[in-house]
Design a binder for this molecule. Structure first.
Ligand SMILES: CC(C)(COP(=O)(O)OP(=O)(O)OC[C@H]1O[C@@H](n2cnc3c(N)ncnc32)[C@H](O)[C@@H]1OP(=O)(O)O)[C@@H](O)C(=O)NCCC(=O)NCCS
Length: 331
């Protein structure tokens, strides 16, 4: 069976209105704007309103996407929502989005890949298009990280924000490449360095889990940092080498936005020019599954990428999970 290529035919994003600056955080924890900016590159993040859940952010991003493409949501075949902060364990956020946007024909599911969730979902969705079984696949990366962050823990709460991005996958036309290839990996031995211990079947929610703050993100920042630089740079170089491309061929490198120092170290290893690298961590912090599609959406809006440009996305995250995805921009 010869497979067809999937291509991205529209991209959009949504971030909540409310901005929380480093200065605002200075008022609630022992930190400083200078420390946060120098160590992470973050200046502010967006925070969802009370009652505004992941599916709400995802729904706005999805509606914007359909408007851009001039698509009736009823034409969608499949919805995949990458998230670690679903509205609830079940029903899935994909089902909630499906009903909120009126995608009557679509089936869908959530995918848990942490900060690599969007790339995992994009690669997964592309397979449904490639086999010919699905024509229109909606991929969303969305997280309300502030719902699982301890705002008394200065080592984690300064790092994250809320946001959502969405892309539409459709079959590529003859002569178009669209999504060329991906490499995805995971290594469960890294699970101990970044996790949320409470609320699952191992430690069901109880007064004790709440008192022990097990419903919040726990992290060994230094271990994650080291892994992230090496993992992201290596997997990016691997996919370029596989396709006999060099970093010079890339119009835009879109790395997961967790820490500007991680991005800079990876970019230095890869010998990329700053002008080739998408960065918006200063405005949104780490939105987990949201970072890459939000960057992509902003790059497309500003025409930083145009038809035929090579783009390379790369991620790392809890699991550990990491990956790279090479595409030719076809819009
Ligand atoms: C979290 C991170 C920014 C910490 O930066 P760092 O340079 O490694 O800093 P350290 O953890 O060594 O801490 C240095 C000092 O700053 C302090 N500190 C930590 N957070 C602080 C904050 N928000 N404000 C002020 N001081 C802070 C620490 O308590 C420590 O103080 P000490 O030396 O007196 O113990 C960094 O490790 C990181 O970004 N790691 C990756 C995290 C990540 O990306 N996670 C998501 C992955 S998808």
């Amino acid at each position: 069976m010869s497979l067809r290529h999937a291509k991205i035919t529209a991209v959009s994003h949504y971030v909540p209105e409310r901005r929380v600056s480093n200065k605002d955080l200075e008022k609630i924890i022992d930190t400083s704007d200078q420390w946060i900016f120098e160590r992470t590159g973050i200046r502010e993040r967006r925070v969802a309103e009370k009652g505004q859940a992941t599916s709400d952010l995802a729904t706005i991003a999805a509606k914007r996407l359909c408007e851009k493409r001039g698509l009736d949501p009823a034409e969608l075949d499949l919805i995949i929502v990458a998230t670690v902060t679903p509205d609830m364990f079940f029903p899935s956020s994909a089902c909630l989005v499906q009903t909120k946007i009126g995608a009557k024909k679509a089936w869908g599911f959530d995918l848990s890949g942490a900060c690599s969730g969007f790339l995992y979902a994009l690669a997964t969705g592309a397979q449904f298009v490639a086999t010919g079984s699905h024509e229109k696949v909606l991929i969303i990366g969305a997280d309300v990280m502030t719902s699982i962050i301890d705002f008394k823990d200065r080592a984690t709460c300064v790092l994250f924000g809320d946001g959502a991005g969405a892309v539409l996958l459709e079959p590529a036309e003859d002569g178009e490449c669209g999504i060329i290839d991906f490499i995805l990996r995971s290594d469960g031995t890294g699970g101990q360095y970044l996790y949320m211990p409470g609320g699952g079947s191992l430690n069901p929610s109880s007064q004790e889990t709440v008192e022990k703050k097990m419903h919040y993100v726990h992290q060994d920042g230094r271990a994650v940092f080291k892994f992230a630089v090496r993992g992201m740079a290596d997997i990016s170089q691997e996919i370029l080498a596989k396709h006999r491309l060099s970093t010079r061929d890339l119009k835009l490198y879109i790395p997961h936005q967790a820490n500007l120092r991680i991005i800079k170290a990876a970019v230095e290893k890869m010998d990329l020019d700053d002008s080739q690298v998408a960065v918006n961590i200063d405005r949104y912090a780490n939105t987990t599954a949201g970072t890459i599609p939000i960057c992509l959406s902003e790059a497309a809006e500003s025409k930083q990428i145009t038809k035929n440009d090579y783009i390379l996305m790369a991620s790392f995250g809890a699991g550990f999970t990491w990956g790279s995805l090479l595409a030719r921009w076809e819009i």
